[in-house]
Design a protein around this ligand. Structure first.
Ligand code: INI
Length: 157
């Protein structure tokens, strides 16, 4: 009976990173963490692209376009929706979450949800290298694992 788990080895894999400009003081940190995690796990700079969009609401559309090219093994989606800063938090956060999930469902390409949905700026900053870890790095590592798992499943089953 095969037991399958994707390796955290990004060598030879290709990625798109979609990053929202809204709350860029947070999202640029998410991006830096994602890029450094890709590098730490064997992904060279020529093997990933950075795609900037206005806000988290626009992340799924660009992620879908990237996934549909067939040229990436996973898409890393980054954004920050902060409740204290927006009256329509639920709409933006919900659309981003459902849209990113839908990219994977529609294309089979793993789209990883690295969009922070938090109540305060402090909570956001805690998640980009503070006491709650680094969600940009975590998203990149998850993307590597899922890209490898997808290949394993295709080969083994
Ligand atoms: N986009 C975000 O990424 N984070 C937010 O906190 C946010 N707020 O506060 O509204 C936000 N809004 C913009 C939204 O993502 C779209 O760009 C906009 O609605 C145009 O479609």
């Amino acid at each position: 009976m095969p037991e399958l788990e994707g390796a955290i080895d990004g060598q030879g894999l290709r990625f798109a990173i979609v990053v929202a400009r809204w709350n860029s003081f947070v999202t640029e940190k998410l991006l830096q963490g994602a890029c450094s995690a890709l590098g730490e796990h064997g992904v060279v700079e020529g093997d990933y692209s950075i795609i900037r969009v206005p806000g988290s609401f626009e992340v799924p559309a660009a992620a879908l376009w990237a996934a549909n090219t067939g040229n990436v093994d996973a898409v890393i989606c980054l954004g920050a929706v902060i409740r204290g800063e927006t009256a329509h938090f639920e709409y933006v956060a919900g659309a981003a979450q459902q849209g990113v999930l839908s990219v994977t469902e529609q294309t089979g390409v793993p789209a990883v949800f690295g969009v922070l949905t938090v109540d305060t700026i402090e909570q956001a900053l805690e998640r980009v290298g503070g006491k709650e870890g680094h969600k940009g790095k975590e998203a990149a590592v998850t993307a590597i694992e899922m890209a490898n798992l997808r290949r394993l499943i295709a080969e083994a089953l």
